[in-house]
Design a protein around this ligand. Structure first.
Ligand SMILES: Cc1ncc(COP(=O)(O)O)c(C=O)c1O
Length: 421
């Protein structure tokens, strides 16, 4: 029976990726961590790397740049390229996801020309992405319009409606490959093909997709992408983000935040900006070594495990959780707020419940289980195949059942605390 603990134990025993859990620092083995989709765990090798940075900085001083770090953004970008289906010279690390979105959106809209004034997105996108697009429009002029296509149910993205909305007025389509609440995952090829046909560019936010689902940027002829590294890439708390620009577009697009790291012969200190024609032109200033170097460790683990095996385990684990939801939780008022269709689901599962906020607090405070909560009622359960076990998923489902059956959530305040959970 799927609801038996022995079934979960059997799945763990057969798991080819089980040993990767030992590659992470896990101070409390009884803590069930289901928020790797917000902040990934810290790999053991990251600690060694941070010690190494400390030595390099203190002993080698300014020589550290030339000896080790000057190309850190490009070198680790080249590794990220391997997990998002791109070429080594198409990905670089810079700033945050938000700032990279701004840079690439402005570059793409300017490239599209003044006759294209529509920017298409959906209402499942990360709200901050829309704030940034709004800022981009304020900067570029009143003629630009953000068209937010609505999802019918807040779970499944309006993919067909987006395809139909793309026309000769469209400058840019920008959406999340895997959306942050429901984990709906777009068919990237279909959107890219529709945009390409209409002559518009697509900018993908890969924050919840990179390291969790197979991303085929080159194979689907993707134009542009950005993404976080502190989630499934286990790059570290507040680590910098990556950006991708397809090779043939690199020389055509202009970075609106021009700086010396994008300049040809930067150490000539010429006063005229002449950008490089490759991915470096999307860089601006000095790379944040402390927030970039550790990303390599997390990415190495993903490459070693292989995205195919990670996806296989992620699918098995999200399906297992959904089976437990069907058997134990649906009768208690929980709702499945993620797609059932495997191909359209990323690596987290959102379970809605009218008492979702209080249940989340009870999981964290009383059960030593950390998911996160996304308003209005989603308990978001992040599955990270490198360290999440089937037994942990089983235990979580039983606790979700117990909390509602025994009304344990009632001791927690219904007032939502705005601090990130
Ligand atoms: C999908 C998505 N896009 C963008 C962001 C913003 O990233 P940052 O705050 O690092 O700029 C996040 C942050 O969690 C996110 O989940």
């Amino acid at each position: 029976m799927q609801t038996d603990l022995s079934y979960a134990q059997e799945l763990d025993a057969q798991d080819p990726l089980a040993s990767f859990r030992d590659r992470f620092i896990i101070p409390d083995p009884n803590l069930i961590y289901l928020d790797g989709n917000s902040l990934g765990r810290m790999p053991k090798a990251t600690k060694t790397l941070l010690d190494d940075i400390q030595h390099t900085w203190s002993e080698r001083l300014i020589r550290s740049w030339g000896e080790k770090y000057i190309h850190v953004a490009q070198n680790i970008g080249a590794k990220i390229a391997q997990i998002v289906g791109a070429q080594a010279d198409e990905v670089v690390i810079a700033e945050s996801t938000s700032v990279n979105l701004f840079k690439l959106a402005v570059a793409a809209i300017r490239y599209a020309g003044s006759s294209r004034t529509k920017i298409i997105t959906d209402d499942l996108n990360f709200p901050s992405d829309i704030y940034i697009l709004d800022g981009v429009c304020k900067l570029l002029g009143e003629q630009y319009e953000i068209v937010v296509i609505k999802s019918a149910d807040g779970i499944h993205a309006p993919a067909q409606q987006i395809i139909e909305a793309i026309d000769e007025d469209t400058a840019l389509v920008t959406i999340s490959h895997t959306v942050f609440k429901s984990a709906y995952t777009y068919d990237m090829a279909a959107i890219n093909a529709a945009a390409d046909k209409a002559g518009a560019l697509v900018l993908w936010d890969l924050s919840h997709a990179a390291g969790s689902v197979p991303v085929m940027l080159n194979e689907t002829n993707a134009d542009l992408a950005i993404g976080c590294t502190y989630k499934y890439l286990n790059g570290g708390i507040g680590s910098n983000a990556f950006l991708y620009v397809r090779r043939d577009l690199q020389a055509k697009l202009e970075n609106p935040i021009q700086g010396w790291f994008g300049q040809q012969q930067m150490f000539d200190f010429d006063y005229t900006y002449t950008p490089k024609s490759n991915i470096d032109r999307f860089l601006t200033g000095t790379p944040n070594v402390l927030s970039i170097a550790p990303i390599e460790i997390g990415v190495n683990l993903l490459i070693e495990a292989g995205m195919e095996r990670i996806r296989q385990k992620s699918v098995a684990q999200t399906e297992y959780l959904i089976a437990l939801y069907d058997a134990l939780l649906a009768p208690l008022g929980y709702q499945l707020n993620s797609p059932r269709e495997t191909a359209r689901r990323g690596s987290h599962v959102s379970l809605g419940h009218p008492e979702g906020w209080r249940i989340t607090q009870c999981l964290i405070e009383q059960m030593n289980i950390i998911p996160d909560f996304r308003a209005p009622d989603n308990i978001r359960i992040g599955i990270t195949p490198l360290y999440t076990s089937f037994v942990e998923i089983h235990a979580t489902a039983l606790k979700l059942q117990q909390i509602v059956e025994e009304r344990l959530y009632e001791t927690f305040s219904a007032e939502i605390d705005p601090v990130i959970t």
